[in-house]
Design a protein around this ligand. Structure first.
Ligand code: GTP
Ligand code: MG
Length: 235
């Protein structure tokens, strides 16, 4: 399993470091400090959830003799994306509004090997008694019209700081490598061109998503046949 994106690197201390000669209004400095502190809290929440996922992966790898998780990616939302999303949804552009209205400031993407790994990882995560599930969207059982598939959860996790315990929201997206391949390319294509999903391009993309979904099911079937023969899989 690869773990990338060191959470520490997401903390940008330069936000509140201003050259001495520059006069910065006090409220602006206060805002920057508060923003930095909140982003640090989201980064810590990501770290907590990531650790839980790593523990589960280690345990399952010993118990089932294979790794259900291929890769974990994470990010905290960039300031401009936060402002853009608040604006698009008609919310006030304040820190309080960000905390109350955005569920995906902290985001984790878990890439699994097989379809059933997704549900096993998700179930094991939400069974932990310090995790509260806020919302689940199963775009695998109910794919989006364009063919997008993924299992989405918004969870809340307590993070212990020096003087308080803070409950933090994290968006967790769980998908197979195949689903991730499609979603990544579709995301790139969406940026390069605005297209209609009822167009020929949209139809072809949906077709690719369906082929990928059927390949995921076939690969799971193959794994199960191998397991049924009692053959051990390579870790
Ligand atoms: P927003 O959070 O406002 O985007 O809407 P929502 O809360 O209904 O979000 P949803 O759970 O549907 O999707 C959230 C995230 O899933 C997005 O930010 C993307 O990362 C991913 N996602 C959802 N739909 C698509 C899609 O059609 N294509 C790709 N590539 N990613 C998607
Ligand atoms: Mg969302």
């Amino acid at each position: 399993m690869q773990i990338n994106n060191n959470p520490n690197s997401e903390l940008d201390s330069s936000i509140v470091q201003v050259p001495d000669l520059v006069q910065v209004p006090e409220d602006m400095v206060n805002f920057a400090q508060q923003f930095q502190e909140i982003m640090m809290m989201y980064t810590c929440a990501i770290r907590e959830v990531k650790t839980k996922l790593e523990v589960l992966n280690d345990e399952l790898s010993v118990r089932n003799k294979r790794n259900p998780i291929e890769l974990i990616k994470s990010r905290v939302k960039k300031p401009m994306s936060i402002v853009e999303k608040l604006n698009r949804k008609g919310f006030q552009i304040t820190l309080e509004s960000m905390i109350n209205n955005l569920d995906d400031v902290a985001g984790i993407r878990v890439i699994c090997s097989f379809l059933d790994d997704i549900y096993e990882v998700a179930d094991m995560l939400v069974r932990q008694d310090d995790i509260k599930v806020v919302a689940i969207k199963d775009y695998i059982k109910n794919p989006k019209e364009n063919g997008y598939r993924s299992y989405h959860m918004i969870i809340e996790i307590p993070v212990f700081f020096s003087d308080k315990k803070q409950s933090m929201r994290v968006e967790v997206q769980i998908r197979t490598m195949a689903m991730d391949f499609w979603a990544s390319l579709e995301h790139q294509l969406k940026y390069k061109s605005v297209f209609d999903y009822s167009s020929e391009i949209g139809r072809q993309l949906k077709e690719c998503a369906d082929v990928i979904a059927s390949t995921d099911s076939k690969m799971l079937g193959i794994r199960k046949s191998i397991e049924n023969k009692g053959i051990e899989l390579k870790k």
